[in-house]
Design a protein. Structure first.
Lengths: 252, 266
């Protein structure tokens, strides 16, 4: 059954902007992205919104709904009270382009800074063999849809613009963890660079990235904390450090 | 102007647009933790009412000071002087540093107190009040990386507290095979402390998390799988064990001071 709902949508660009009130019809079962599209079709023809799959798999429609970073296509209108005004704003950690669209290129720059998988020199393509239990930890991280909600909510860059140059963010910590846990990756010093170049030590594990992840990846427990422990192995644990010097190996 | 008020970002004047009670969780955490800190500080300095009829408070165990009640020591082992610079040294102060360090550097408690005490951030998507942020890269917070050493010390304390729970199955005359409310309290407390320790992230890493090839270490992989299951509930174990230890201390204190009678089931 259709009903009218109250929306407040942020409209503007890098020079100015503000929240605009609209009333729009919402049908049963619709998500916030549906009603934003209806506003675009009926009331604000020039409203900018980024979207693609409408199935929670492309990560395009990331925005902040009632102050929380969420995917608009996965947020049911019915999850809000009937009299509640739904406030929709762009991601607040990234530069604004227009209305609900932000410039997320920060993330692509950070992605390029993470060294890629390095294949063992003695294995030709097609010769690599791995057991399932060796790769299942990394497979959780492959679920990432790159919606960048974790990057948006992370206070290290959200609240401190100056940290962007030295902090990769949770999305790339799971990438680094995925590679460091990969049974065949041979790149040395991944742990060291995670700490010294990608800013792992700046994370204070307040778990907001895990809370907002639409794929329910345990970013903090399964990637960031294990990486912090691996960094402790090589940088802050004198007994482990001595062990690696004697046995001449970085990991097991 | 930095953070969400940076010139390049959408011009929104509110620190957050969240409409739920985001402040409730940090407020509750702050209230509970500060209450525990105040109580533990009082008890650590009280230096009394920590032993009665084979019940010893977890705050005072192991009792290593010459000032300890003889029955509270482990075979009379008291290597620490009763005074320091002419001030009486409470036996609790000697050992509380280890559980305190374990909890202070615990990955779960870090989340709790960074949010509730330091407001960094107070809640997700709520702007923090600090102008600068360096995380755990500098002193003193770089010490958080020593969590594993406090975990090892915690394991030793768990063994001792389990021993305390076992000897509480004696009656006041020292005969085995008796069980009181006190035995039950110490048993629950030590069990929860084991669960808290075994679910710890450093434990998970040490037991198998640091491996690159699980298939080459099947036993450690199995152990890692079990610890990973416990690790899901680390937060709950952190709170339950804290409450159980506090209650065990309160119970022993009340019994030792004569306010409560330790009821024996058999």
């Amino acid at each position: 059954m259709a009903r009218n709902i109250k929306l407040r949508i942020w409209r503007g660009d890098s020079t100015e902007g503000g929240l605009k009130d609209v009333v729009v019809e919402a049908n049963e079962g619709e998500v916030v992205l549906d009603v934003i599209h209806r506003v675009q079709a009926t009331q604000m023809g020039d409203l900018a919104v980024r979207w693609n799959c409408k199935a929670g798999k492309c990560g395009s429609c990331s925005m902040e709904i009632n102050g929380k970073p969420r995917l608009a296509c996965m947020t049911q209108v019915a999850s809000f009270g009937e009299e509640e005004t739904i406030t929709v704003t762009p991601l607040r950690a990234f530069p604004i382009i227009k209305d609900l669209v932000t410039d997320v290129s920060f993330n692509y720059k950070k992605a390029m800074e993470v060294p890629a998988y390095e294949h063992p020199a003695n294995l030709a393509p097609g010769e690599a063999r791995m057991e399932q239990i060796d790769v299942e930890r990394s497979q959780e991280f492959r679920k990432c849809i790159e919606c960048f909600l974790c990057q948006d909510v992370c206070h290290v860059v959200r609240d401190h613009e100056e940290n962007k140059k030295s902090f990769a963010g949770p999305r790339f910590f799971i990438r680094i963890a995925e590679l460091d846990m990969h049974p065949l990756d041979t790149l040395k010093n991944r742990k060291k660079t995670a700490q010294e170049q990608h800013g792992l030590g700046m994370c204070n594990i307040t778990k907001c990235c895990t809370e907002v992840c639409p794929e329910h990846i345990k970013i903090t427990d399964n990637a960031i904390i294990p990486m912090k422990e691996r960094v402790a192995d090589i940088k802050y644990d004198p007994i482990r450090w001595l062990g690696t010097k004697i046995r001449k190996r970085e990991g097991l | 102007m930095s953070g969400v008020f940076s010139p390049t970002r959408a011009k929104i004047k509110e620190r957050t647009l969240r409409t739920d009670k985001w402040w409730l969780q940090p407020l509750l955490t702050f209230s509970v933790l500060i209450s525990f800190v105040i109580y533990a500080t009082f008890r650590a300095f009280e230096n009394d009412n920590y032993y009665k009829d084979h019940l010893i408070s977890p705050f005072y165990s192991p009792c290593l000071s010459e000032a300890c009640v003889p029955e509270a020591t482990i075979n009379g082992f008291t290597p620490v002087s009763a005074t320091i610079l002419n001030f009486a040294l409470s036996p609790a102060l000697i050992i509380l540093i280890f559980p305190l360090g374990f909890r202070m550097t615990c990955y779960y408690y870090r989340k709790s107190y960074y949010r509730s005490f330091w407001m960094s951030p107070p809640a997700c998507a709520v702007a923090e009040p600090h102008k600068k942020y360096t995380g755990e890269t500098r002193f003193p917070l770089i010490i958080q990386n020593s969590h594993r050493y406090f975990f090892y010390a915690g394991l030793v304390l768990n063994v001792i507290l389990t021993y305390d729970a076992v000897i509480s199955f004696k009656n006041p005359e020292g005969e085995w095979g008796h069980m009181s409310v006190g035995s039950l309290v110490l048993l629950v407390s030590s069990t929860l402390l084991w669960l808290y320790s075994m679910s710890c992230h450093s434990c998970r890493h040490t037991i198998g998390g640091r491996l690159k090839n699980f298939s080459k270490h099947p036993v450690r992989y199995k152990l890692w799988s079990w610890v990973s299951v416990l690790n899901h509930s680390h937060q709950q174990f952190a709170w339950f064990s804290l409450a159980a230890v506090a209650f065990a201390d309160i119970y022993v204190r009340q019994v030792a001071s004569g306010a409560w009678t330790n009821f024996y089931f058999f």
